[in-house]
Design a protein around this ligand. Structure first.
Ligand code: TXA
Ligand code: MG
Length: 342
């Protein structure tokens, strides 16, 4: 199959989205930008089309998909009920990087829900994705547009490097602003639980709906996560990667030892650490205080370092606060929990 790469500019938005919507309606696959990461979209009401997502991504069948809507009213036919607190969060935080779990209506096919009785729904905050859903006149099921286990793509080039030749179209709308996937929160039972951390933290929700906890399996390797996707190898470069974090004064000694063991090391560091260590082969990801910039760059930087064939990638971690909780959740998986606290 030939994959059409369509770059959006000020003039062609409607025309490209008409074409993309047609593909979705006909049961095909279109990768499109959202404010978090690029999504691999299919008509959520078409089971055969949703099956193709799993084939193309090589995704395990027990890992359900997020359904994307462009309007709160679209939720009604997808769910059994909407509670007051779900309504409040939809009104306050959509469009935006929040995915809500609902009891699924019988109309949703089991490929989307992976056979479960809940469905994940999100309204992206991005003109291209919202218009695409409107034009397709159907909710769009979309996981991140990468091959499973690889880092999520945050630009069209990274989508093409995973999916060129296996889907109908990739819409190039520039870089995803946030850079890590949405926060997944389950309000369908108490305690209200964050199943996957992201841009929004528990405090962001608590001001509207009271206490919110993080799924304990996010930290405890022996527990089974409530969000199936959390249990798999994820976001991983092909190159071995170590994450270092803690007191940067201690990094120097540790790196000296590493350099004895590895032929070539590529570093992804904050500005402050890069200034202190003065190494070759460094990419500065952000100022240490700018976690939004860090999150915006993280997957792109891991992918681009991975292309340079180093024998090791060393990535500096961040403090686990605010969006840092979501960042460290991704990084922990990227490096198979190979985190060195210094
Ligand atoms: O930001 C995002 O959420 C991006 C963009 C494209 O919207 N999408 C995304 O989808 O990250 P995906 O498939 O890569 O991750 C979806 C996560 C998985 O961990 C999956 O297990 C979880 O959401 N999930 C989906 N449906 C669920 C459900 N009914 N119950 C619990 N977890 C669910
Ligand atoms: Mg994903």
């Amino acid at each position: 199959m030939q994959t059409k790469l369509e770059k959006i500019d000020s003039k062609n938005l409607d025309e490209v989205l008409e074409k993309a919507a047609k593909i979705i309606k006909a049961g095909g696959l279109v990768a499109f930008p959202t404010e978090t990461v690029y999504g691999l979209g299919a008509d959520a009401m078409n089971e055969t089309a949703c099956d193709k997502i799993f084939e193309v991504k090589r995704r395990k069948k027990d890992n359900p998909l997020i359904v994307h809507v462009s309007d709160i009213d679209m939720v009604d036919e997808l769910v059994k009920e909407v509670t007051d607190d779900q309504k409040i969060l939809m009104q306050r935080m959509w469009p935006g990087p929040m995915t809500l779990i609902f009891k699924a209506s019988d109309k949703i096919n089991p490929t989307v829900t992976a056979g479960g009785n809940t469905v994940a729904i999100r309204m992206p905050k991005d003109e291209i994705s919202l218009k695409l859903i409107e034009k397709a006149k159907t909710p769009i099921a979309a996981p991140s547009a990468n091959i499973s286990t690889r880092p999520s793509p945050t630009n069209a080039g990274d989508v093409m490097s995973d999916l060129d030749g296996s889907i109908e179209m990739v819409i190039d709308g520039g870089d995803s602003k946030i850079g890590i996937e949405s926060t997944v929160i389950d309000l369908s039972e108490r305690p209200y639980t964050i199943l996957r951390p992201g841009y929004y933290t528990s405090e962001d929700f608590e001001k509207y709906v009271g206490p919110v906890v993080y799924d304990s399996a996010l930290r405890d390797q022996d527990k089974i996560p409530k969000s199936p996707g959390q249990k798999y190898k994820h976001y991983a470069p092909k190159t071995k990667m170590i994450v270092i974090t803690g007191d940067r004064e201690n990094f120097k000694g540790y790196i000296k030892e590493l350099e004895k063991d590895y032929d070539s090391i590529g570093y992804i560091l904050t500005k402050q650490t890069a200034d202190l260590l003065n190494l070759d082969k460094v990419r500065i990801i952000s100022d240490e205080a700018d976690l939004e910039e860090y999150s915006h760059n993280i997957f792109t930087y891991i992918r681009s370092m991975d292309r340079e064939n180093f024998s090791l990638i060393v990535l500096e971690g961040v403090k686990e606060e605010g969006i840092g909780i979501g960042i460290m959740n991704r990084i922990r998986k990227s490096c198979s929990n190979n985190i060195i606290y210094l």
